[in-house]
Ligand binder design. Structure first.
Ligand code: NAD
Length: 513
């Protein structure tokens, strides 16, 4: 959750530059992590490079892990699993608590590196890191509380259930929340007694290595959390591997569908956290100031590269002019630029092809009849060192119709579409008319209507009079093509463990034969 309390004024670019150049992430350092140490992958013909989105400079060159390296990482994780899964939940919780403490202590370093590699503002990166350690702390607490059931049977016999880990789990992440996604997956996985092999997006390979080192320092057995690097083929080797017990994936719908097919071959359980095109419904009786703030939060965090963003903003006709005027006024004021500066609120998009894709949606929208109310142009910051970055001005679109490409498809950029409606029934029908079902929101002062809308939206996460908060205590995940399974909350335990029933006979066997 965003909290102003975490804002700390320090000379961030200097701090980041120091930790970056002296540390850990020069090109000579391997970016794989296996058995408790950085390692060069033993195979892999493809190469990837990661860039700093704010400047366009290459910050890492690395080989993609091939089948043999993926196998080594999984075998190493299997070894660690044998040790870790035998520990009590309380022992595991203690290690996770220590990892959470170290993350808190190294918050500035992690957030700076995240900003360098992802482009999101340092203000937001700090929030992501806060949410990350909170996630580990939360699952540390749950680790010791996991228990089965005891059931009395006739004749003094009884049965009990055991909640057991799955084994080696695979985590595959997207580039928009690299560190946080790794924590959302590894927190519950490790709490349940599993091992994890994680692959970040090749665009953002760096911060997950800090997490691997932090886990090691906190006391996990070597191999319990391994990192492989690469793109689609590395991910496929992971999903297909016979010793992998579960795949947890965050990314796009088309990739999710491929992963589901791969997992189906091995009958592996999966969690899919996929894309969205979420509706935000604003009724005329809302508190206008909050609705405007909510719409801004629903569209412009992390340059709009957020899966649960409320990008289809349905506004009741009576207030649409006032609402639009306010939103446009605030959008124009968003400070774009160097994401490491304290007052920047929007950094660059992840890379040039993605920037072009987002701008392409706006171009197509114009052809289909939208009115660009502000933004939607490439942006060149004054600072010459940023001239190679992938910036654009945040955009608000008016005159939108439900059948337009920019209203139907996930843009994954800072583009808000404003649509108008007359009645609640109409808004609900149009809001649900999508293949996605990740999130949705409603702004109204009518308490019955608020809950009616929340119940009627076909989405996994619903906000009433707010948007885009992510408390770790609450399940997060989608309906429809936005995926299935849940991260966060107590329920995530069920996705990283399995139940065994043990029947105990206290008498003699009654046989039919
Ligand atoms: P992507 O699907 O292109 O890639 C995601 C990850 O999958 C990357 O690590 C990639 O290397 C890997 N991958 C690609 N092809 C693969 C294959 N065939 N087999 C195995 N792994 C493969 O997505 P992206 O562009 O990195 O992320 C953006 C998407 O992620 C958006 O659609 C966004 O909505 C979604 N997302 C969803 C959530 C959520 O929680 N629901 C959170 C963040 C992002």
């Amino acid at each position: 959750m965003l909290s102003l309390a975490i804002l700390r004024i320090i000379p961030i670019r200097l701090a980041a530059a120091m930790s970056y150049s002296t540390g850990a992430f020069s090109n000579s350092q391997p970016l794989n992590y296996r058995g408790g140490a950085r390692v060069q992958p033993i195979d892999g013909n493809e190469k990837e490079e990661a860039r700093e989105p704010s400047t366009g400079r290459v910050i890492a060159n690395f080989p993609c892990s091939g089948e043999k390296e993926v196998d080594l990482a999984i075998q190493s994780a299997k070894g660690a699993f044998k040790i870790w899964s035998q520990k009590s939940g309380t022992e595991r919780g203690r290690v996770l608590l220590e990892a959470a403490r170290i993350i808190r202590e190294r918050l500035e370093e992690i957030a700076s590196l995240e900003t360098i590699n992802n482009g999101k503002s340092i203000f937001e990166a700090r929030v992501d890191v806060e949410i990350s350690w909170q996630c580990l702390e939360y699952y540390a607490g749950l680790a010791g509380a996991m228990a089965g059931q005891h059931v009395q049977l006739p004749g003094g016999s009884f049965a009990y259930s055991r909640r057991e880990p799955l084994g080696v789990c695979v985590g595959i992440g997207a580039w928009n929340y690299p560190f946080q996604i790794a924590c959302w997956k590894s927190g519950p996985a490790l709490a349940c007694g599993n091992a994890m092999v994680f692959k970040p997006s090749p665009f953002t390979p760096l911060t997950v290595l800090l997490l691997a080192e932090i886990f090691a320092e906190a006391g996990v057995p070597p191999g319990l959390f391994n990192v492989v690097q690469g793109g689609a083929s590395t991910g496929e080797f992971m999903c297909k591997h016979p010793d992998v017990a579960k795949v947890s994936f965050t990314g796009s719908v088309p990739t999710g569908s491929k992963i589901m097919a791969l997992a189906a071959e091995g009958i592996k359980p999966i969690t899919l956290e996929l894309g969205g095109k979420s509706p935000l419904i604003i009724f005329s009786d809302c508190v206008m100031e909050n609705a405007v703030k909510g719409a801004m939060m629903a569209n412009f965090l992390t340059q709009g590269e957020v899966c649960c963003n409320g990008t289809r903003v349905f506004v009741q006709k009576e207030i649409v002019d006032k609402f639009t005027e306010e939103v446009v006024k605030r959008t124009k004021k968003i400070k774009i630029g160097d994401p490491l500066l304290e007052d920047t609120r929007m950094g660059p998009l992840i890379n040039q092809p993605h920037l072009e894709k987002v701008l392409g949606y706006i171009k197509k929208g114009k052809e289909e009849g939208v009115k660009v109310l502000c933004g939607g142009e490439p942006y060149l910051p004054d600072d010459p060192k940023l001239k190679g970055g992938y910036y654009m001005t945040p955009c608000v679109l008016g005159n939108c119709r439900d059948d337009m490409t920019c209203v139907k498809e996930e843009i994954f950029g800072p583009v808000m579409s404003i649509l108008t409606f007359d009645t609640e029934e109409e808004a609900m029908e149009r809001a649900n008319n999508t293949i996605f079902g990740l999130a949705g929101g409603v702004f109204t002062r009518d308490i019955q209507r608020a809950h009616r809308v929340a119940a009627g939206l076909q989405v996994g996460v619903c906000y009433i009079n707010n948007y885009n908060t992510s408390p770790v205590e609450l399940p997060f995940g989608g309906y429809k093509k936005s995926g299935f399974g849940r991260e966060n909350g107590q329920v995530a335990i069920e996705y990283y463990s399995q139940l065994k029933t043990v029947c105990v006979e206290m008498g003699d066997v009654e046989s039919a034969f």
